[in-house]
Design a protein around this ligand. Structure first.
Ligand SMILES: N[C@@H](CCC(=O)N[C@@H](CS)C(=O)NCC(=O)O)C(=O)O
Length: 250
């Protein structure tokens, strides 16, 4: 967030992958905003009035309200076109939209139950997390999704236009470009894919570099990008997770 007058309010808890996606786009574009934490299980009537699907995030301006992370990111791109977080090339653009949708659905569905059982259930609901479910998710549900990201998202091919910045080398240039410019050079699909996996890292699950080398490099590059690093650091601090713990545990 900058010191400028806020242009809007972002509603949603920071640990929601969709909220994190919007936060990175806001940071990339330097859009001043206020953040109001809304927990998915504790939405009051005032919030529900601006969230017809009863979900976070919602973006609010005095005379305009917009739910849904993908709609919000597309809106912010139109509002503040530069730096762009969408590829210019038609195929790369369309491919990026597809992988954003993949991340928001298939990847989130694979990752979120693990975060829920290890964080939300014990620390928010004060219940015992279901570690059996976590293990099943880690053994049976997450690997095929990571396989697809490795082979189809991070490898140029018919499902991934080669001009996309994150496709060729598993994302190393994402960080390099970001460091060089001190700003964006991240595209929306990369933000969307990175975000749910951050929640896995928060609970000690890291991408195995021996099994998914491109995805592991992609996460490393994304995590050190100047736009994402402060966001992740604050979340880790809030959860009491040290960076070293996230990297060591599996
Ligand atoms: N397609 C929506 C999905 C939003 C979503 O599912 N948010 C979750 C939080 S991670 C939520 O609010 N869930 C509340 C519920 O389903 O009751 C987006 O991209 O914003």
């Amino acid at each position: 967030m900058t010191d400028a007058a806020p242009e809007g309010i972002l509603h949603g808890v920071v640990f929601a992958p969709y909220v994190r996606k919007v936060r990175v786009v806001l940071a990339a574009k330097g859009i001043a905003h206020r953040h109001v934490s809304v927990m998915p299980g504790a939405m009051d009537e005032e919030f529900l009035a601006i969230s017809p699907m009863r979900k976070v995030p919602v973006w609010e301006e005095p005379d305009f309200v917009l739910p849904d992370s993908s709609a919000i990111c597309a809106y912010l791109e139109r509002r503040v076109p530069s730096p762009s977080v969408y590829p210019a090339d038609a195929r790369a653009f369309a491919s990026s939209l597809f992988w954003e949708e993949y991340a928001d659905t298939r990847l989130v569905d694979a990752c979120e139950p693990i975060f829920y059982e290890r964080v939300v259930r014990p620390h928010v609901l004060r219940q015992t997390g279901n570690e059996e479910l976590v293990q099943r998710q880690l053994e049976e549900v997450v690997p095929p999704v990571f396989d697809q990201l490795e082979a189809l998202y991070l490898t140029p091919g018919r499902l991934r236009a080669a001009s996309s910045p994150s496709s060729a080398s598993g994302g190393a240039e994402i960080a390099a470009a970001g460091e060089a410019r001190g700003t964006a050079a991240i595209e929306i699909s990369a933000i969307a894919v990175w975000s749910p996996i951050v929640n896995l890292e928060h609970v000690g699950v890291v991408v195995d570099p021996a099994r998914w080398p491109r995805l592991a490099r992609f996460m490393e590059a994304m995590n050190v990008h100047p736009l994402t690093r402060p966001i992740v650091a604050k979340e880790r601090a809030a959860l009491g997770v040290r960076a070293a713990d996230a990297a060591d545990a599996s």
